[in-house]
Unconditional design. Structure first.
Length: 176
């Protein structure tokens, strides 16, 4: 019976490699974001020279938005792979990010919600830059209310995640 248990445990431990295609897909997602970023950048160039300040600012915010999502994916890829599949061997590369290998699952959740709040904040800023145009539409007040409500919900969720993490961390240290 012990051999069956050992074989089952080895099988279950090896199943972590089933996550690799997900991480490869996320790397491809960063490639797709690069295409989107490049398209947005070249679309923005004529606006910089012929458009108004708010149009340029909106275009730049879109670029920041895409970059934040790409950064978020990279954090998820590195931290998820290292936490659930295998350590990434970068040798003695000086380019290895200092946080790599130090992001726990709890840290990953906080970075994730922090990035989502930042992305939501940028989307909210886009609405505020165009507030006159948004309010001029038929349901502009409702659109703005929803965007603000969603942003505050995300901020509240982030604070609650951090608070729960701190409480749980405090409980873990008090039991040691």
């Amino acid at each position: 019976m012990k051999r069956v248990e050992l074989a089952l445990e080895h099988f279950m431990f090896a199943s972590r490699w089933l996550l690799v295609p997900f991480y490869i897909g996320l790397v491809a997602g960063i490639g797709l974001l690069l295409v989107k970023f490049t398209k947005a950048f070249f679309t923005l160039l004529p606006v910089v020279f012929t458009g108004g300040g708010s149009e340029t600012l909106l275009g730049v915010l879109s670029l920041v938005d895409i970059a934040l999502v790409a950064n978020l994916l990279l954090i998820i890829i590195f931290a998820g792979y290292e936490n659930f599949v295998s350590k990434i061997d970068t040798g003695d590369s000086e380019d290895r990010p200092s946080w790599m290998g130090n992001v726990s699952f709890s840290d990953l959740k906080l970075k994730l919600i922090g990035s989502i709040v930042a992305i939501s904040g940028i989307e909210l800023l886009k609405y505020f830059i165009n507030v006159k145009e948004v309010l001029a539409t038929e349901n502009g007040n409702y659109q703005l209310a929803w965007v603000v409500g969603i942003h505050f919900t995300l901020v509240f969720s982030g604070v609650m995640f951090a608070l729960m993490d701190r409480i749980a961390g405090g409980n873990h240290t008090s039991h040691n």
